[in-house]
Design a protein around this ligand. Structure first.
Ligand SMILES: [Zn+2]
Length: 334
């Protein structure tokens, strides 16, 4: 599994002390180096405006192009003079990932800035352009499944595809925190009804609950949807060390999920799967998770520091049941 990365991603900085800092990817690279897991680094190219226009509105793009020197949301997501150019390079990284995925090459794109909170006409939550959504719209593939493992609901991605059956959006997230969306009953609308799947976990849910969601909801829906490409919005902020959310996943939980997704991609879509970084703010946990998932591709065991499992009893089964109830109208769920 090679890494997609542009050195300019390190130049993207929010104002002041901010959790979404370049240190995140610096730390990941340093761990990959320690583990001798840095293979070929694929440096993506930038994209033209028309690529962005597949997904974002003209007015919003003009704001990103010209109105720098201000926050684009309440005060979390600052638009600096160079932000737009770097955000376009992140989109380029996402495109590179899906283009390689459909040829059977797996990659982890260490993108900054992240993308899943950016909608058609808005940004926020440290996101400007929706990397995964643009990649889904540009790649010439009939059915794309986006699995969002970031602990925040990817409201941008969800909104963009809410009435689109050609993209299945699945998110397991901590419900009740930013951005506040992602109810089980938000199932999509019009032709997209049934193609928006939310598992809204309450505080403290962890490994066994996510595994339950995988077996009861995510895996059966994926098998029936039969995507030709899987994109993983890979955020590690559901880890118990991560102070941004209240979920309690362990490092091995994330690594196992990545392995499961790779296996199912091999079974149903010739291994076409592309991983893209979203959130994840605890430097040591994000680093060992990424090293662990890349290591597992090479059958190299990584020694993990953060392996505590606090949810062993499927504490989130009520939430998984809620999702099943919302979804069984559209999918066969046992
Ligand atoms: Zn997040």
């Amino acid at each position: 599994m090679n890494v997609i990365f542009h050195p300019k991603y390190l130049e993207h900085k929010q104002l002041g002390t901010h959790p979404e800092s370049p240190d995140r990817v610096v730390s990941v690279f340093s761990r990959l180096e320690d583990e001798e897991l840095v293979g070929d680094i694929i440096v993506p190219e930038t994209v033209k405006r028309e690529v962005l226009e597949t997904t974002h509105g003209d007015g919003y793009l003009s704001v990103l192009e010209k109105n720098f020197g201000q926050y684009i949301d309440g005060g979390d997501t600052y638009l600096d003079e160079g932000t737009y150019e770097i955000a376009k390079l992140a989109v380029g990284g996402a495109l590179e990932g899906v283009r390689r995925a459909v040829k059977g090459e797996r990659t982890m794109a260490l993108l900054r800035p992240p993308g899943h909170h950016a909608g058609k006409d808005y940004g926020g939550g440290f996101c400007y352009l929706n990397n995964a959504a643009i990649a889904s719209n540009v790649i010439d593939v009939n059915r794309v499944a986006i699995i969002d493992l970031d602990a925040h609901h990817g409201n941008g991605t969800s909104d963009i595809f809410y009435s689109d059956p050609n993209v299945l959006y699945v998110s397991a997230h901590h419900h009740g925190i930013y951005p506040g969306t992602g109810e089980a009953l938000a199932v999509g609308e019009g032709p997209g009804e049934g193609y928006n799947v939310n598992i809204p976990f309450r505080t403290g849910r962890g490994d066994s609950s996510l595994e339950l969601a995988w077996h009861e909801v995510i895996e059966p829906i994926l098998l029936q949807y039969d995507p030709k490409l899987i994109i993983v919005s890979f955020g590690t902020d559901g880890h118990y060390t991560d102070m941004m959310t209240g979920l309690t996943y362990s490092s091995q939980c994330y690594i196992r999920m990545a392995e499961r997704i790779i296996r199912i991609a091999e079974d149903i879509c010739d291994g076409a799967v592309s991983f893209m970084l979203e959130g994840g703010y605890h430097l040591r946990s994000i680093s060992e998770i990424v090293a662990g998932m890349i290591g597992s591709e090479y059958e190299k065991e990584i020694s993990l520091e953060y392996t505590k499992v606090s949810d062993k009893k499927q504490n989130g089964k009520e939430e998984v049941f809620e999702t099943k109830q919302a979804m069984e109208k559209y999918w066969e769920l046992s």
